[in-house]
Design a protein around this ligand. Structure first.
Ligand code: ZN
Length: 510
């Protein structure tokens, strides 16, 4: 990497920390830091270096409280350190301690009036407080010797929010294309140019620094003048993917951590407004599903998610009057097993229902689309597969709505059924599900235990328990089930069974 890199210790006495009681990886990181950013690090004191590694290590592990404690400890020994005060500003700002962050950045400027990161940080704090003109001023001051792109974006964003920025062609570099398009969409929306707003929002959404159904991490532009910034997730961990990336963890990492990005949910909502204004109902609906999958609403819209009459009554079995069976596969989609199950089902001309886990669906939208194209029903198995009975109302709703929205965005159809993870359900979960238009689907035959034993056990269990109208619970990752499936399908077909989806089974009466 850097020419002239040198090893620590002998050549660099200030960094002789190898003899101290540091854990091994800290020492390794310090050595790497020394080798790779020697010119920068050589300007740091031992206290700064030690605190920096401790804080970044805590942040890397997602321990923000520890990070805040470590940076405060470091500042006790080196209260005037620009490095530690800038680091403190970033940590405090992410923790929502805006006042403490401002104090830290002001301390930097007291000693180094042209420190651009501190000026930029103060701009962020102004933005967070909704003081837009002040944010612009700080952005201009920071631009003089800082990260120009980040400062230009902050200035443009603040100007737009206070109605001053009318020109959508903000001169932002390609690395900020998503932000540029987001601003263009926001400005077009304000100008009433809905076509342009929709196109820009859609194009911005296609730029992914994260999953299609996930919000970016970091400082998000909400495009809402009342609350212009939202902090999400763990931005420093993002910048520091592995501990060995720590060498890049000099102030440049702090610029990255404090960089603005448009919120994906906000982009989708701008698109919804634009599509709605143009009467583009399908575009509006699709973007609503996307927005809800990224950031579930407090109240699900009944016109979007529906509200079936018997939502609170779980389905255990269908009517015994018809020789039908509903095979159900939980926990997918999974690359490999899902394609093989679909292949086998198609061979037997059988339809089935997949209870998908939302985050797996979000990560594998192509597999969900394949299920839909093969005529399968796709149903809701929560977003992260938690025990829903232990979550509060709002969390249960978020689990279910995110998953339904994600499925609907991929397939164009809102699921009607959900299966509680682990089968754990109570009246509260059923009521929340009902308000999200979902009815619980339980099972008549549960193959889970036989799936742990082997394929023959699955075959025997299912064939001995099945009866007309049965709902059969299988798993989308079980190799025993994959092996058993052709035999089960062939045997049930010989017995005159028809394979239906859960919705079809429910429609035959229970
Ligand atoms: Zn499950």
């Amino acid at each position: 990497m850097m020419a002239g890199a040198r090893l620590p210790n002998e050549t660099h006495p200030r960094c002789n920390v190898a003899s101290s009681a540091h854990v091994l990886w800290s020492v390794t990181i310090i050595a790497l830091l020394n080798m790779l950013v020697a010119p920068q690090v050589s300007a740091w004191s031992q206290v700064e270096l030690r605190s920096y590694v401790a804080v970044m290590g805590a942040v890397h592990r997602g321990k923000w409280t520890v990070a805040a404690t470590r940076v405060r400890e470091g500042l006790k020994s080196a209260p005037d350190s620009a490095l530690l005060n800038n680091l403190a500003g970033a940590v405090f700002f992410y923790r929502g301690e805006t006042g403490d962050a401002e104090s830290a950045w002001l301390r930097v400027l007291a000693g180094a009036p042209d420190d651009s990161l501190a000026a930029y940080g103060l701009g962020l704090a102004s933005l967070a407080r909704g003081n837009l003109a002040e944010a612009e001023t700080w952005a201009e001051r920071a631009m003089e010797n800082g990260n120009v792109a980040a400062c230009l974006l902050m200035r443009a964003y603040a100007s737009h929010l206070r109605g001053a920025l009318r020109d959508p062609s903000v001169p932002l570099p390609d690395s900020l294309a998503q932000a540029r398009l987001g601003l263009a969409a926001a400005i077009a929306l304000r100008q009433g140019d809905h076509r342009r707003a929709l196109d820009s929002a859609r194009e911005a959404l296609l730029i992914r620094d994260t999953g299609r159904y996930a919000e970016s991490s970091g400082l998000l532009m909400t495009f809402d003048p009342r609350a212009p910034l939202h902090c999400s997730q763990e931005p420093m961990s993002d910048a520091l993917v592995r501990p060995t990336d720590a060498p890049s963890a000099d102030p440049e990492v702090l610029w990255r951590v404090l960089g603005l990005k448009p919120s994906r949910a906000a982009l989708a909502r701008m698109g919804i407004n634009a599509a709605g204004a143009m009467g583009d109902t399908s575009g509006e609906r699709s973007l609503r599903w996307l927005a809800d999958a990224i950031e579930p609403p407090d109240r699900p819209d009944p016109s979007v998610y529906g509200s079936p009459d018997r939502a609170a009554v779980p389905l255990w079995t269908g009517s015994p009057g018809r020789r039908v069976v509903a095979l159900t596969f939980d926990d997918g989609p999974r690359r490999g097993p899902t394609e093989r199950i679909l292949h086998i089902l198609r061979q037997y001309d059988a339809r089935a229902t997949f209870f998908v886990v939302g985050r797996h669906a979000a990560a594998n939208p192509d597999l969900v689309a394949q299920m839909a194209h093969s005529g399968m029903e796709i149903a809701n198995h929560s977003f992260t597969h938690p025990n829903l009975t232990r979550l509060n109302h709002r969390a249960v709703q978020a689990e279910l709505i995110r998953t339904s929205a994600c499925i609907a965005h991929i397939t164009g159809r809102v699921p009607r059924f959900f299966r509680p993870p682990g089968g754990r359900v109570n009246d509260r979960v059923l009521a929340v599900a009902g308000s999200a238009g979902l009815r619980a689907c339980m099972w008549t035959v549960n193959a889970e235990y036989s799936e742990h034993i082997g394929p023959q056990s699955v075959v025997q269990h299912v064939l001995s328990q099945v009866r007309p109208g049965a709902v059969v619970l299988l798993h989308n990752g079980s190799s025993a089930t994959l092996t058993a499936l052709p035999e089960i399908l062939a045997a049930l077909k010989r017995r005159g069974y028809e394979f239906v989806t859960v919705s079809e089974l429910a429609a035959t009466g229970t």
